[in-house]
Design a protein around this ligand. Structure first.
Ligand SMILES: C[S@@+](CC[C@H](N)C(=O)[O-])C[C@H]1O[C@@H](n2cnc3c(N)ncnc32)[C@H](O)[C@@H]1O
Length: 227
């Protein structure tokens, strides 16, 4: 279990396994699948940051950053090396242990929290940025987490999000096969109503981020700022 603070987290309480997909719901089965996926020395999505996160990083104001569903920590570690105090949250203790190892190798540190986002309370008004890359949650949970994230920003704070859209189903390059888990710009506009959208686009791009994301892909990107 990775060490780290426990800012604003509550214990996971869902306990009814229902779907074997690693992207579908967050249950002990899901975290077991993600733990299995992240086992071994290879970083499934690589050790370099997501390209959209890297492009947005210079716009993050000074202050702490929260990375949701952060997996093995590639974004969190990158942002920590840029001087942010970073907290990485994920249901996978195995992923977060590798995140802590990567941070150590890069000469930096992270706070890690092993938690189910279903039960994860985001403290309001705290974060300079909240990052979510390819965190495909069931629709009700997705909206709830996005609204909590909006409230979690301090004035001027940023949401940085990239995810697959339903058009990704035509590509076999990563992401869930359940269309309800995929995100649209319209849905994200609704989730992040109240924030100013600085980037809001559905695009096709080459996503070459580890073995997990391997080619042409249909994604939605949102950079949103708290007024
Ligand atoms: C496709 S991976 C992306 C990891 C990381 N964001 C990246 O881009 O490298 C999805 C991550 O979301 C996490 N996740 C999915 N549902 C979750 C939930 N309900 N609570 C916590 N983590 C969750 C998984 O454990 C996994 O690490």
């Amino acid at each position: 279990m990775p060490a780290g603070s426990r800012i604003g987290s509550l214990p996971a309480c869902r306990c009814a396994p229902s779907n074997p997909s690693p992207h579908s719901t967050s249950t002990p089965v899901d975290s077991a699948i993600w733990n299995q996926r992240f086992a071994g020395d290879t970083y499934f999505y690589g050790t370099e940051p997501n390209a959209f996160v890297a492009a947005c990083a210079p716009r993050i104001p000074p202050g702490p950053v929260l990375c949701l569903g952060e997996g093995e920590g590639r974004n969190a570690v990158y942002l920590a090396t840029r001087g942010h105090a970073v907290t990485a949250v994920d249901q996978s203790a195995v992923g977060l242990a590798k995140a802590a190892q990567l941070a150590d190798r890069r000469g930096t540190t992270l706070d890690t929290i092993t938690a189910d986002l279903t039960d994860f309370a985001i403290l309001p008004g705290v974060w300079a940025a909240i990052v979510s890359t390819f965190v495909h949650l069931p629709p009700a949970l997705r909206s709830a987490v996005h609204r909590r994230a909006s409230a979690g920003l301090r004035p001027g704070g940023l949401i940085i999000l990239e995810a697959y859209t339903p058009a990704q189903l035509a590509f076999a390059t990563g992401g869930p096969k359940d269309p309800t888990l995929l995100m649209t710009l319209d849905g994200l506009r609704s989730d992040f109503a109240g924030l100013n959208l600085l980037v809001a686009q559905e695009i096709e791009r080459d996503v070459l981020e580890g073995a997990g994301h391997t080619g042409r892909a249909a994604v939605v990107q949102v950079l949103a700022r708290h007024p």
